[in-house]
Design a protein around this ligand. Structure first.
Ligand SMILES: C[S@@+](CC[C@H](N)C(=O)[O-])C[C@H]1O[C@@H](n2cnc3c(N)ncnc32)[C@H](O)[C@@H]1O
Length: 422
């Protein structure tokens, strides 16, 4: 399993079968060019202690490139009838393991998928290998209504070979991660992981078509990632709209949509405070400044969003109203503590207001962006049944009274709509 790896992805002593050698060469090339989408190893013949130790009746081994801690890895998913076992190995180690499996004939068939080719390696019962290279139709950007995948597959990370990453400057022309973008790449994957988990426990879990709006979408890293993940990975019919105040960013993202001929993806110039969408399923607002987050949440609630995901930024509204009630006065006399308290109170109230509006809400740490140290996320997933408002309303009232807060934007918007009792 840990034999040294050559650039051609063959073990040190090299495969004796030329077809196996060619398959491994193509794998090595596809990985180094960022073109490897997936490797599938099927028809396991048994007899490898490292695999047999994981379980019986291995159905397939699915391999995808991923980046972990900024380093290229391969994610190996061993699929058994009742479980998946995932091993993420550094790329060189993983290639060596795969080469070893193929050289020993442990799998009868191996498939390498790139955006343009499918390379098939078949090993006969007599151990004779043959290689076939087929052209693939262009990767479908258009959504299909394929059935929802198995739950575990939803958490698959995005592949670095996805074209939108190159267009947005996350990867270079060879599909390699640009070092300065490793933090952004990590954030994109973490975001997809959070969204995937929320999707699974929401009413959208089995819904084939999903409408997402991302407010304050900026350069669109997450907007494009969500679209790609929904359409390419989950094979859902996704409509993803980025709404952004700055026209130059809208133009930039529209060019990417046009270049990649993306369907189900749009970018609009607009202000979240005045935007009136039709019904939507997922509302995203990451780092929308100050009360723009309140407007986005309000809009998501009104538009019937099943999932609301926001990462608030700048908590200006509440801070000047904040009293320093006993015994907090000695703590809150420090400006930094006032800012922290205002942030906690604002986001705590937002979470309670979302609860009051019928959502299960979590507040947790998220990976910060490079241009801000804000790293909080509010995730709200709509509950199937409404719950009694009394307790939540009392908590909101008590907190506001304690701190002397008169005005909170989201609360005012919900009350004006009659979504909260007056
Ligand atoms: C800090 S950036 C975040 C970009 C992106 N959401 C992300 O997390 O990578 C905030 C973006 O929100 C936009 N923005 C600010 N106020 C807005 C508003 N009222 N309506 C729409 N977009 C807004 C800004 O122009 C900026 O591009």
């Amino acid at each position: 399993m840990t034999a040294p790896v050559m650039a051609t992805a063959a073990p040190a002593d090299g495969p004796s079968d030329p077809s196996v050698a060619r398959f491994l060469q193509r794998l090595g090339a596809a990985l180094s060019q960022g073109q490897c989408e997936q490797v599938l190893l099927v028809a396991y013949q048994g007899g490898r202690p490292d695999i047999d130790a994981l379980g019986t009746s291995l159905q397939r081994l699915m391999v995808r490139p991923v980046v972990l801690k900024g380093q290229p890895h391969l994610s190996l998913v061993y699929r058994f009838p009742t479980k998946d076992i995932t091993k993420n190995l550094p790329e060189a180690e993983a290639i060596s393991a795969l080469a070893d499996c193929l050289c020993t004939g442990a799998f009868r068939n191996a498939h390498l998928f790139t955006p343009t080719e499918e390379v098939q390696l078949a090993v006969s019962k007599k151990g004779k290998a043959s290689l076939r290279v087929g052209r693939r139709a262009a990767t479908p950007a258009q959504p299909t209504a394929a059935p929802v995948q198995h739950n575990r597959e939803k958490h698959r990370l995005l592949a670095l070979s996805r074209p939108f990453l190159r267009e947005l400057g996350v990867t270079d022309a060879q599909g390699q991660l640009i070092p300065a973008m490793s933090r952004k790449w990590k954030q994109i994957n973490k975001f997809i992981e959070v969204l995937g988990a929320a999707l699974e426990r929401s009413a959208l879990a089995q819904q084939p078509a999903i409408h997402v709006v991302d407010f304050g979408s900026g350069k669109g890293y997450l907007t494009f990632a969500v679209h790609d993940w929904l359409t390419h990975t989950l094979q859902r019919q996704a409509r993803v709209t980025g709404v952004e105040l700055r026209d130059e960013l809208v133009q930039l993202c529209q060019r990417v949509i046009d270049t990649l001929h993306l369907q189900g993806m749009a970018y609009e110039q607009g202000d979240v405070r005045h935007y009136h969408p039709e019904a939507l399923d997922v509302m995203i607002a990451l780092h929308a400044c100050d009360t723009a987050t309140d407007h986005a949440i309000h809009l998501g609630i009104r538009a019937g969003a099943q999932i609301i995901l926001c990462s608030p930024c700048c908590h200006k509204e509440v801070r000047p109203q904040l009293l320093s009630p006993h015994p907090l006065r000695p703590l809150l006399k420090h400006g930094i503590h006032q800012a922290q308290e205002a942030e906690m109170l604002t986001d705590g109230l937002r979470a309670l207001l979302l609860e009051a509006a019928g959502y299960d809400t979590q507040v947790f740490e998220f990976i910060s962006l490079e241009h801000t140290n804000k790293n909080k996320m509010i995730l709200a997933v709509k509950r199937p049944q409404a719950r009694d408002l009394g307790e939540v309303a009392a908590q909101i009232h008590d907190l506001k009274s304690f701190y002397g807060v008169q005005q909170q934007c989201l609360e005012a918007l919900l009350r004006a709509d009659g979504l909260l009792p007056a």
